[in-house]
Design a protein around this ligand. Structure first.
Ligand code: CUA
Length: 327
């Protein structure tokens, strides 16, 4: 009995919220159509389960061996029965196949005229976004306006990844040399979590992402901020010292900060201070995490390409201050 209670308790905890990555709490047209399909097929499965279990229980009760009873007569070549159990599953499959095909076409990624285009490039292990019509870029945190069709055009810089934000859209593969599309329109503002859904190496599980769905005005303000150059650090501030350290360190080989460096291997950092997370949306963007991340990234995220940076404590503080100033 205590064991049963324990099991029930564990199972019931699965019923409490919140569900940041539940496909059963859809917030876009894309995920709503998947949810409808799931519900539809779930109830077909319930019907099949009930019919099969009822027949089973009936047969167990009605035909069980009783002392002294004669052996039952086996049935051979019962045409009606055979047609029945062939037709019934075929019919059920039709009822499942038709809505499935419809959902596949609905979510095929054909965007209406005027949809916001975003290029998504998967990297080991982070996400790069480019907004070709707005002339801006971003990393790991995707901003989109609410109730607006968004078309993601997705490819990979290395191995196969898969874009998945359960409450909004996905999964769909990102494959080098080709473009796969997703089109969705989020129906409420907020933050949505997602992650790579295709095994892509040591830090596959750490390849997370955030989608920030905003009102038009907030989105436009974000776009304007991204368009502006990096904030110039104040004269004599730690951030200004940090900019000098950044300029003469290995950082510039991999990272872009507009007007400062042009590295293309790691995420662009022009507005890194304005993001809520770092390292593929894995850690909060705090002073402590930035320090630890720059000091030894691979120890926090296995396989991370950024090698440990042998900066002095003073230089490290200065660089962190500089990055945080880049709102
Ligand atoms: Cu990228 Cu898994």
């Amino acid at each position: 009995m205590p064991l049963l209670l324990a099991v029930v308790l564990v199972v019931l905890t699965a019923c409490s919220g919140p569900f940041p990555q539940s496909a059963l709490a859809p917030r876009s047209d894309f995920s709503t159509s998947l949810d409808h399909l799931f519900t539809n097929i779930f109830w077909w499965a319930v019907v099949v389960f009930l019919v099969v279990e009822a027949l089973l229980l009936y047969a167990i009760g009605r035909y069980r061996a009783r002392p002294g009873a004669a052996a039952p007569k086996p049935v051979h070549g019962h045409t009606a029965l055979e047609i029945g159990w062939t037709l019934a599953p075929a019919l059920i499959l039709v009822f499942i196949a038709v809505p499935t095909m419809r959902t596949i076409f609905e979510t095929a990624g054909n965007a209406p005229e005027g949809a916001l285009r975003v290029e998504v490039i998967g990297h080991q292990w982070w996400w790069e976004y480019r907004y070709p019509t707005l002339g801006i870029g971003a990393a790991n945190e995707l901003h989109v306006p609410v109730r607006t069709p968004v078309q993601l055009e997705m490819t990979s810089a290395d191995v196969i990844h898969s874009f998945w934000v359960p409450r909004l859209a996905g999964k769909r593969d990102l494959i080098q040399g080709r473009i796969n599309r997703i089109e969705f329109s989020a129906d409420s503002t907020g933050e949505y979590w997602g992650q790579c859904a295709e095994f892509c190496g040591a830090s596959h599980a750490n390849m997370r992402l955030r989608v920030v769905v905003q009102l038009d005005t907030a989105f436009q303000a974000w776009v304007d901020r991204q368009r502006a150059g990096p904030a110039a650090p104040a004269q004599g501030s730690p951030a200004e010292r940090g900019q000098k350290v950044f300029r003469r360190s290995a950082c510039i080989a991999c990272h872009t900060i507009t007007g400062i460096s042009q590295g293309k291997i790691g995420p662009e950092l022009t507005h890194v201070g304005g993001r809520a997370t770092i390292a593929g949306a894995l850690f909060p963007n705090t002073t402590d995490m930035l320090r630890r991340w720059i000091t030894n990234a691979p120890s926090l995220k296995p396989g991370a390409l950024m090698p440990p940076q042998g900066l002095s404590a003073a230089d490290l503080d200065a660089v962190v201050a500089y990055l945080q100033s880049l709102k």
